[in-house]
Design a protein around this ligand. Structure first.
Ligand SMILES: Cc1cc2nc3c(=O)[nH]c(=O)nc-3n(C[C@H](O)[C@H](O)[C@H](O)COP(=O)(O)O)c2cc1C
Length: 439
């Protein structure tokens, strides 16, 4: 059995730095850090300290035992050992509000949820090739996308209707992400506006676009996002054919509340509550997703988007090549977290063909089923420029609010730094296809 490492002076100084990191993280999460200036000062000091890797020493075993509720569900964000533990905690919190339909909405894939589940399980088809005898105590996790430096390659995906899980959701999530240096893509149908979210984040968020079927509305949404400083518009293209969100429908049947206060019929009422549509005349709109969109819509959008234009939902090499022909600046390989079509195909399984198709000309991002730092590393190794998470941060939000989102991001950061060290990658550029092998 391994013996605990003797405590040396260098270990002590590492512990000292870790303690400083913990203190700064605590300060970052406190109301003291409510201004972007203080937040960015803390972020820059944090960036200069080494990350804490997971379970570095036996101190974790000596620390007081975790306190679990009688149901075995974590009672505080800090108790979580991995992001999965937030899922039952979030379920408990949402069901305590008698809102099974809201839980069903978050959990649902389509049909039998096969694609939702394979998104994560397919990461096991890649294994990691660890490299030994490399001093990787100090590693750099940052990535550069379109000239922006992100402290972490993990970004937060657009998730609509977050208000169902936290009254101030959009802003809460943005604040947590900003403090840890994670980029965020705001959903068109978030409860907070792109301007408020960018302010809370401390730097401009990206904007996910559901264009609607009225060009005047599309144009206003894009102009509004760009006026708020948004450097990238992400057009979602995987929601055109309709879907069968069976898990949602099943849980909706158990919901005894009168939902008509929020869910009044008609498009105008549907989006009337959404901050990004405030003041926009939506009387001619019949659907959010731009049903009937073709590549000529992308061309038209290209003429009005001044910054970067990405497509979210591309899952084939053919479409990736077509996107290049239409002047798109980046792709997000996504199947909407298994909420678009029941393809049974994981995003990680199609990533390589898309990366190879674009051949370095534009960045390729990915989301779907990312739950571990090792998943992040595998996606980067196959060629992703950055890696998105959806449900995990919402589990954190729904269970414990901002500390929950913060802890989810901290766990992923810690796991990622640990596996970077174990593979001897000193920076993200050193994570290459050689870092993984197909099982
Ligand atoms: C409840 C929910 C709402 C979502 N809303 C949006 C949305 O408004 N726009 C969008 O492009 N994608 C949306 N997505 C998809 C996410 O952006 C992302 O692709 C997906 O959640 C990633 O998979 P993961 O949840 O397994 O991490 C949503 C996903 C969930 C779970």
């Amino acid at each position: 059995m391994e013996k605990p490492m003797p405590v040396t002076s260098s270990k002590n100084s590492e512990h000292g730095m870790i303690a400083r990191r913990e203190l700064l993280n605590f300060l970052a999460a406190s109301p003291l850090a409510a201004t972007p200036t203080v937040t960015s000062m803390i972020a820059s000091v944090l960036a200069s300290l080494p990350y804490r890797a997971s379970a570095q020493s036996y101190d974790v075993l000596r620390a007081s035992p975790r306190t679990l509720g009688p149901d075995g569900i974590i009672a505080a964000a800090g108790d979580a050992l991995n992001v999965f533990e937030f899922e039952p905690a979030a379920k408990k919190a949402v069901l305590a509000q008698d809102a099974p339909a809201h839980w069903g909405y978050l959990e649902s894939g389509v049909d039998g949820d096969v694609t939702r589940d394979v998104n994560h399980s397919a990461y096991a088809r890649y294994s990691i090739r660890a490299k030994r005898l490399i001093d990787a105590r100090k590693v750099d996790t940052s990535v550069k996308i379109f000239g922006e430096t992100w402290r972490s390659p993990v970004f937060l995906c657009p998730v609509s209707s977050l208000g169902a899980y936290d009254a101030d959701a959009g802003v809460t999530v943005a604040r947590a992400a900003g403090k840890r240096g994670h980029q965020i893509i705001l959903s068109t149908v978030d409860n907070a506006s792109i301007a408020d979210v960018s302010k809370a984040h401390g730097s401009p968020a990206w904007f996910q676009l559901y264009p609607t079927d009225d060009w005047a509305v599309t144009r206003t949404l894009v102009n509004r996002a760009e006026a708020a400083g948004c450097p990238a518009i992400v057009l979602t293209v995987d929601r055109q054919g309709g879907r069968n969100t069976e898990t949602l429908f099943r849980m909706r049947r158990q919901d005894q509340r009168d939902c008509s206060g929020c869910h009044t019929p008609g498009f105008a009422n549907d989006v009337g509550r959404k901050a990004n549509f405030a003041g926009i005349d939506v009387s001619k709109v019949t659907n959010l997703y731009g049903t009937g969109m073709t590549w000529s819509f992308v061309d038209r959008l290209r003429t009005i988007v001044k910054g970067k234009l990405l497509l979210k939902g591309i899952v084939t090499a053919e479409d990736a090549k077509e996107a290049l022909r239409h002047g798109v600046d980046g792709l997000l390989v996504s199947n909407h977290g298994g909420r678009a079509e029941e393809s049974g195909q994981a995003t990680i399984s199609v990533l390589a063909e898309i990366v190879d198709a674009v051949n370095g000309r534009i960045p390729v991002l990915i989301d779907g089923g990312v739950r571990r730092g090792t998943d992040v590393l595998k996606a980067l190794a196959v060629g992703a420029a950055a890696v998105g998470i959806g449900r995990p941060y919402v589990w954190g939000l729904a269970s414990f609010g901002e500390p929950g989102v913060d802890r989810v991001l901290q766990i992923l950061d810690d796991e990622f730094i640990t596996i970077m060290r174990q593979t001897g990658a000193l920076n993200v550029g050193q994570i290459t296809r050689d870092t993984v092998s197909r099982v």
